[in-house]
Design a protein around this ligand. Structure first.
Ligand code: HEM
Length: 169
């Protein structure tokens, strides 16, 4: 896990300590439930309306309202609020839950672009919390990218010394 955090820091440019500065204060108590609902709604409105087809197609099989609920319940929980996400969905397991999607560096940047806009246009979030949230998002996005790359590499390992053609079933 240490090396994934290393990779996440290297690729995101955010030190792990800065990513976890969200834990210095209870952001759920500071910002409130409605702020996280609005942020997630604002974010997913941008994602589903994205003019970049390759990006919004990643979400084509996901129901928008459910995606919003998944996101705000996760954020509420992670930012020090009640464990709404785990009560309904279980452990967040972000890498495993993203494995079905093409979470590349390019996709991470597009995801972050929409989140940056959603955060910037939220008048309920003070400047210090905006910085903390974006550092967390940036680091976590690349943590997911690194985790998926690693899993895919391991998945391909059996083919390394096998006679060709080799298929990964
Ligand atoms: C790096 C680029 C990312 C892409 C392309 C991506 C894509 C997706 C997609 C397609 C879904 C399915 C929608 C749904 O049904 O909920 C999803 C779910 C989710 N994502 Fe991401 N995501 C990214 C980054 C992140 C980050 C940085 C976080 C957290 C800070 C995050 C948290 C979640 C959560 C909590 C869910 C719900 C998982 C579930 O309950 O099944 N994602 N994401």
């Amino acid at each position: 896990m240490q090396s994934l955090q290393h990779k996440a820091s290297e690729w995101s440019g955010v030190l792990t300590s800065n990513a976890f500065a969200i834990d210095d204060t209870n952001l759920f108590e500071k910002l409130g439930l409605q702020t996280f609902i609005s942020l997630s709604t604002n974010f997913y409105n941008r994602v589903y309306d994205d003019e970049e087809e390759w990006f919004h197609l990643i979400f084509a099989n996901s129901d928008k309202q459910i995606a919003i609920q998944n996101q705000y319940e996760f954020l509420v929980q992670r930012m020090g609020g009640p464990p709404l996400y785990s009560q309904r969905r279980g452990h967040p397991a972000l890498i495993a839950r993203h494995r079905a999607f093409p979470v590349t560096h390019e996709a991470a940047e597009r995801w972050l672009h929409h989140m940056q806009q959603a955060v910037d246009t939220s008048s309920d979030i003070d400047d210090d919390s905006k910085i903390k949230l974006m550092n967390f998002f940036r680091h976590t996005a690349y943590f997911i990218v690194a985790g998926i790359e690693l899993k895919n590499q391991n998945f391909q390992m059996p083919c390394k010394n096998a006679p060709s053609p080799c298929k990964n079933f």
